[in-house]
Design a protein around this ligand. Sequence first.
Ligand SMILES: NC(=O)C1=CN([C@@H]2O[C@H](COP(=O)(O)OP(=O)(O)OC[C@H]3O[C@@H](n4cnc5c(N)ncnc54)[C@H](OP(=O)(O)O)[C@@H]3O)[C@@H](O)[C@H]2O)C=CC1
Ligand SMILES: CC(C)(CO)C(=O)C(=O)O
Length: 339
Amino acid sequence: MNSPIYVLGAGSIGSLLACELASLPSLQNKVVLLLRNQARAEQFRAQQSLLTIERTFEENAPQIQCKLKATYPAELNVDTIDNLIVTTKTVHSERAILDYVPYIKKDSNILFVQNGLGVIEHLKRVVWTDESKSPNLYQGITTHGCFQKKDFHYVHAGLGNLKIAKVGSSAMDSTCALVELLMKSKTLNTSYLSYDDLLISQCEKLVINACMNPNTAILDCMNRELSNIEEVKVLFKCIITECVDVFFKSMPNLAENPKARQTLDIHRLLDFVMYVGFVVCGNNSSSMRQDTLFKRDTEIDSINGWIVKLANELGYPANVNKTITLLAKIRAQVNQRRI
Ligand SMILES: NC(=O)C1=CN([C@@H]2O[C@H](COP(=O)(O)OP(=O)(O)OC[C@H]3O[C@@H](n4cnc5c(N)ncnc54)[C@H](OP(=O)(O)O)[C@@H]3O)[C@@H](O)[C@H]2O)C=CC1
Ligand SMILES: CC(C)(CO)C(=O)C(=O)O
């Protein structure tokens, strides 16, 4: 690949992807972090432009350090951005991408790796309104678990996978060099799906997040603290039932897909949510709890809030997810008021 790969959102997931790509021989000096501003770039350069990733899922695994280029909107001096990975939190996507729209052309490849749903639909409404000028959009969903230990130093705690599809591709559309390079990383365990299959995985992950993230934030507890409580199981089942109902009502193609019916079976999802939330990620503090504790914007509107939005468009109340969304927003504001 001749042109660089830019990473917008150099946090936990963005840094993990950047380091894995930068470790590929063919991409030496070809991965560039797009940082928020000059101050952020100077902070990064002050530590020799090194990103550090610890792999705690492996016994005695050496930490990896990647020396990467980094820039910011006012400094960027290129004609086009051919390959861009977006790993900001969903709530920051529009603001972040607007700085780079002038560089993004019809043949540019943009991969969004985020939880939740709705970002692509929103950006098509407010940024890429003319389909004929829209770049190639890809969406990814990851089960890797990664958190920040200190500035530009991350811990890859959960070894998972990365599933990618080209937005709107019904069959197995052709990939692009960016996706093929991500598939070269053994650690990332990347697979390329049809968009229909990715959508099923996105819905499955959204259900996990719709149960785990807001409730651990509202109750201010570790993931595992919700296990073995009958009322939690009852609440999760209410959330899941409403999510699945809204998915199938708002996406008829999903409702007619046997694979979707099997993956999004309510009883299967309840068991899967509790397995992932309480066993696989039991020792995690959920990203939404962390965001509320650190007074950062949460992704509630892309998770439970997205269910409420879809339901409202159908004239359907979605009162369970609406209540959870309100409580999560109240918790965030209560925390923000605390000194
Ligand atoms: N962390 C995880 O284990 C997992 C995360 N996910 C999902 O992946 C996505 C990313 O999550 P995660 O990596 O944890 O989030 P982080 O908050 O760690 O990283 C987001 C990064 O985006 C940066 N950013 C925000 N706005 C801008 C901007 N305008 N310009 C440049 N950079 C910007 C932030 O920079 P700054 O530091 O300056 O604010 C931050 O470093 C989310 O959707 C999350 O739900 C999915 C599975 C697991
Ligand atoms: C699965 C879970 C809840 C793990 O903490 C997660 O994806 C998150 O915290 O965002």
